[in-house]
Design a protein around this ligand. Structure first.
Ligand SMILES: [Zn+2]
Ligand SMILES: [Zn+2]
Length: 338
């Protein structure tokens, strides 16, 4: 009997290394041999037990790159041997009202990889074919894994702002999401302002392509953006609502604050800041599988790279702790072959 190793989690942070029998993929599903899996902050939903029934073991991880080993009944567009990615959305159903309206991200019958269905802290993963993402040739699986969630998140947020090329776009926070946000914003043709605390990250921001650097501890970052002409959009990645509040006043006419960093505290907005200038505050979740392919191709063509710390799959619980520490520069990726 062939088996594979996986890390499950139950309750809060109770990891267990288990062996499972390898089965044939079900209808509409493929079986992947995992090569790499990024460790994302959203893994907290599974690992900290913030899901429907934390007593049921689940395998976390939703930035997966692997090779298709087997395809299930009804899968015609994918073949064994193809390298693919799986992100947070595990594949839309094609039948629900959202799907019938072409809104696949909001499919109501879509598993969430590593949260409601087993994910990539494992040697084997099963995924819906409708959620698979083609990986460009010539990219390294360990390097590209974080783009499947973190990269797609900032890419999709930037697509939604509908700002003219050359407009000022700010990226708040230079962490796992922000360091990618700066690179994507630059690749999409914007003038990029990076906002972070202190001056320690100014050099890094410039290296990543930022044209301007705003130290949010030295001056009000909203006023700093206004002095630069006002931002068409701010992509807010810091996990603090309070740190996002002053940014609304730094938006230009029809500017948007796009929240992608989940924070425990609210964003506070002064109503005149919304009304005069018709500014808005909005959120962005993730994108579809085909948008993920667009994002990977752009990243490949424009040399957008996630800076990663690689750890072996056998150290998945430690890798999760490393991600949670906030000290990782900038994403943590599990190597399933190590
Ligand atoms: Zn659906
Ligand atoms: Zn994620």
């Amino acid at each position: 009997m062939a088996v594979y190793r996986a890390f499950t989690v139950t309750g809060s942070r109770r990891f267990a290394l288990v062996e499972r029998e390898i089965r044939d993929p079900g209808p509409g599903e493929v079986r992947l041999r995992v090569e790499a899996c990024g460790v994302c902050h959203s893994d907290t939903l599974a690992v900290e037990g913030r899901r429907a029934d934390p007593s049921v073991p689940v395998v976390p991880g939703h930035e997966i790159v692997g090779i298709i080993e087997a395809v299930g009944p009804g899968v015609t567009a994918w073949t064994a041997g193809t390298r693919v990615g799986v992100g947070y959305l595990n594949g839309h159903c094609g039948q629900c009202e959202s799907c019938r309206r072409g809104d696949f991200v909001n499919c109501t019958d879509q598993p969430w990889t590593g949260t409601t269905t087993d994910g990539g802290y494992a040697e084997i993963v099963y995924a819906r074919a409708s959620g698979l993402v083609r990986i460009p040739d010539g990219v390294n699986s360990l390097e590209v894994a974080p783009l499947l969630c973190a990269g797609l998140t900032v890419y999709r947020a930037l697509l939604g702002i509908e700002a003219r090329p050359g407009s000022l776009v700010a990226v708040q926070g230079i962490g796992g999401l922000g360091h990618l946000g700066i690179q994507y914003a630059k690749a999409l043709g914007y003038r990029v302002a990076a906002i972070a605390r202190g001056i320690g990250k100014a050099e890094l921001a410039a290296e990543l392509g930022a044209d301007e650097y705003i130290d949010s501890t030295a001056a009000d970052p909203g006023q700093a953006l206004t002095r630069l002409g006002g931002a068409a959009a701010v992509i807010a990645t810091a996990s603090s609502g309070a740190s996002m509040s002053p940014l609304v006043a730094g938006l230009g006419i029809r500017g948007r604050l796009v929240v992608v960093g989940a924070a425990p505290d609210p964003v506070e907005v002064r109503t005149p800041d919304l009304i005069f200038g018709t500014r808005s505050v909005t959120g962005a979740l993730t994108g579809t599988a085909v948008e993920n392919e667009d994002s990977l191709r752009l990243a490949h063509d424009r040399d957008i790279r996630s800076r990663n710390e690689i750890m072996p799959l056998s150290e998945a619980p430690k890798a999760y702790e490393r991600m949670m520490s906030g000290d990782a520069r900038f994403r943590v990726v599990l190597d399933a072959a190590a």
